[in-house]
Design a binder for this molecule. Sequence first.
Ligand SMILES: *Cc1c(COP(=O)(O)O)cnc(C)c1O
Length: 461
Amino acid sequence: MRELMRATSDRIADYRGSLAEARVYPKLDLDALRTALGGDAPLADAPTPAAAVIAELDDAVRPALVASLGPRFFGFVTGGSLDAATCADLLAVGWDQVAFNPVTGPGPAVVEEVAGGWLKDLLRLPPTASVGFVTGGQAANTVGLAAARQHVLAQAGWDVGRDGLIGAPRVRVVAGLERHATVDRSLRLLGFGTGLVEEVPADGHGAIDVGALTAVLGGGSGPAHGSPTIVCLQAGNVNTGAFDDLVSGCAAAKEVGAWVHVDGAFGLWAAANPATAHQVAGLEAADSWACDGHKWLNVPYDCGYVFCARPEAHAAAMSLTAAYLVGSGEPGLRSPADYVPESSRRARGFATWAALRELGRSGVAELVERCCTLARRFAAELDGTAGLRVLNDVVLNQVLVRHTDDERTDRLVVQADGTCWLGGTTWHGQRAMRISVSNHSTTEDDVHRTAAVIRDVAARI
Ligand SMILES: *Cc1c(COP(=O)(O)O)cnc(C)c1O
């Protein structure tokens, strides 16, 4: 095993070391990949030695890997795992610890406690908030909204955990038009259905229109007052990086006694950087928050966090119990499984603890600031050149670029060349190319090189 682990580490290190110059998107041959993985035959009857299995897997999959870990992948919102965070995840797997309860995993439980405390501090969240280490923003939104559902219905005298939604008082769900798609999936999973959402228009940048939000909520002492209501706000629009006004948004929601859930999958990290923290002013007035580790903190997949200002609602929504579990606590140590949708799971907190230690407070701030600076540099290098126009205020790490029309813009989205990878989107009815700078290893030179390729393609269209 020792030898195999060394060989595997060497394979990983070789791969990671190749990324600065590697093709970003591979030349895929899916049939070759399937064949190399034995997909054209049933599972062999005979066992295979572990070393051969690993060699086969690496040799087969390596040519098909997308270098999203590397410095010139600007698609979606994609971080690249930090060294200590990556190796901490190797420990989590190597130790095979289950972050379930204090008996199966006192180590993981305390690591999550410590890392969760640091996260709350960095993200300017209430120190008393509960934390769940989940798979990502999707799960964090689901858990946050489950806690919301639990609480607003309890306020109306209804125990949704026991009695479900059938026959329950009607819950209002109010969300911005520019909410992330995962919010809708969370609402579907929670039995609300997306048809229930009362949509609030957004402003030109993608932030919620607070005046419209106030009008939809019908504040004051009107008939809507006191009916169970959940308001979803957003910190960091996936296209523009725009932030909802959390001060006014939370105030309008509190007027009608609503629960506020903030989806801050990447944008919440603005709080950790003094130069961008003003964007999330007021976030402490919300009730639950979703954030990702695997995006901007550059922790390996999968890693997200849900925070809840009302730990009792969080636990009531998520905890589980059974006769064989009773007494498996440890005094003064919480059960991680009571705050997440999984029962048994990987000790996900190690990588976050390691990323935060590796970067330190100043390193986290610097990572966020550097990505924002590089995003502005992208905008400066592209706007007004070769028919290109930047569509958004670059308030964070996201840049939207457009050519003269939709068709040219779609041809602009540079993926085949191998230097970089960028995705497309539709913004206010127009096609655009998205640039997201979220990787710790991206340098100024990577931005220059990528911008040069984009300008070059743009000029030739
Ligand atoms: C990425 C993202 C999500 C979903 O996060 P996953 O980690 O992919 O589950 C939710 N909301 C926003 C704003 C995002 O950018």
